[in-house]
Design a binder for this molecule. Structure first.
Ligand code: NAP
Length: 322
């Protein structure tokens, strides 16, 4: 049986981190494969407007994704539209297996799988998903034109998505469990100034109710008094953070208690040749520009690692007796 091809680098995930890594890896002449199960861009595709990526005052997430992907394609990046299912670290090389049955042997791996929206885990949330419950204002906001919606959360996402929904909906209630928002001051000020938005402080949702037409109410609970009341509503948008996609992280890699991977400043994990970039990486903030910067750093570091490794292997081969 012939040996599978040996790559210099396998990048898993085609979001900003993975695509930026692809650009830098190709420019460093690494034999690279980019594995992505969906469309390039990942979670970025869900962003309506990106206003803080340098060089773009205002661009949609999907357009920015396409620009990243097109840029990587200029260098002829090899793309595999498949789902990576296992990473097996090895001494000689690492192995990546895919759902489609591919076995990829590679000197180095950059993991860029991102994360997924966190759920409230309350009655009605799963049942009415797609019938009034949503985790994406850009995808579903259009269906709530002129209607009343609640947004759950007090971070940047909840505020940003709430402001987006305020452009379409008649009324947006921002339901937050504490008495202060976590979001950046600029977003807090915009929420305050948006007359269609009302913050319901110290409040949680305990149940989402619906009839045959979809969601029609939520049960609110005051976190200080425990008092409950129903609020008639047409839609519920949940933005309470997200969980990293860490299922592929091989055993032995150091992680935080929250499930983010701990890396050094070169995005290297504690296993040689395995790097983590973007939202899966333990860090202070999660931003597109940071994921892209991670991709650059990890690819440059991987290039150095692969070159050093190959040089050592050549030295060993030369040292062998004839
Ligand atoms: P986040 O900052 O972690 O905020 C999550 C919010 O949801 C918090 O207000 C939290 O309340 C609340 N929450 C969590 N679990 C809850 C529960 N079970 N029930 C009710 N409320 C709950 O998450 P994020 O807003 O998604 O932002 C994630 C990261 O992306 C952040 O670093 C953020 O700065 C960044 N981001 C940046 C931008 C931007 O700059 N344009 C846009 C989006 C996101 P507590 O406050 O009480 O903990």
């Amino acid at each position: 049986m012939s040996q599978p091809e040996l790559y210099d680098l396998a990048i898993i995930g085609g979001g900003p981190g993975g695509l930026s890594a692809a650009i830098y890896a190709m420019r460093a002449a690494l034999k690279t494969v980019l594995i992505e199960k969906g469309v390039p861009g990942g979670q970025l595709n869900l962003s309506d407007t990106v206003e803080n990526y340098p060089g773009f005052e205002n661009i949609s997430g999907s357009e920015l994704s396409m620009k990243f992907a097109q840029h990587a394609r200029v260098y002829g990046i090899e793309e595999l539209n498949d789902e990576a299912t296992v990473i097996e670290p090895g001494l000689e090389f690492h192995t990546v297996r895919t759902a489609g049955g591919q076995v990829i042997q590679t000197h180095s791996v950059i993991l860029a799988p991102g994360g997924r929206p966190r759920e409230l885990n309350i009655p009605g949330e799963d049942e009415y998903y797609g019938k009034g419950v949503s985790y994406c204002a850009v995808c579903d906001g259009f269906f709530f034109r002129g209607k009343n919606v609640v947004v759950v959360g007090g971070g940047d996402s909840a505020c940003e998505e709430g402001l987006y929904l305020a452009k379409l909906a008649a009324k947006v209630y921002l339901v937050h469990r504490r008495d202060a928002l976590r979001a950046s001051m600029i977003l807090q000020k915009r929420v305050e100034a948006e007359c269609k938005m009302e913050v319901l402080w110290n409040t949680v949702i305990t149940e989402i109710k619906a009839d045959n037409d979809g969601v029609n109410a939520v049960t609110l609970q005051d976190t200080r008094t425990g008092g409950q009341r129903d609020l008639p509503i047409d839609g519920v948008f949940i933005f309470i953070g997200f969980d990293p996609n860490n299922q592929l992280v091989p055993a032995g890699i150091r992680m935080s208690p929250e499930g983010f991977v701990i890396t050094n400043d070169q995005c290297a994990t504690n296993i040689d040749g395995i790097y983590v970039v973007g939202d899966l990486r333990e860090r202070y903030a999660r931003q597109i520009v940071l994921a892209a910067a991670d991709g650059c750093m990890a690819a440059l570091s991987a290039a150095h690692y692969v070159e050093t490794r190959k040089a050592k292997m050549e030295d060993l081969t030369c040292a062998l007796p004839e």
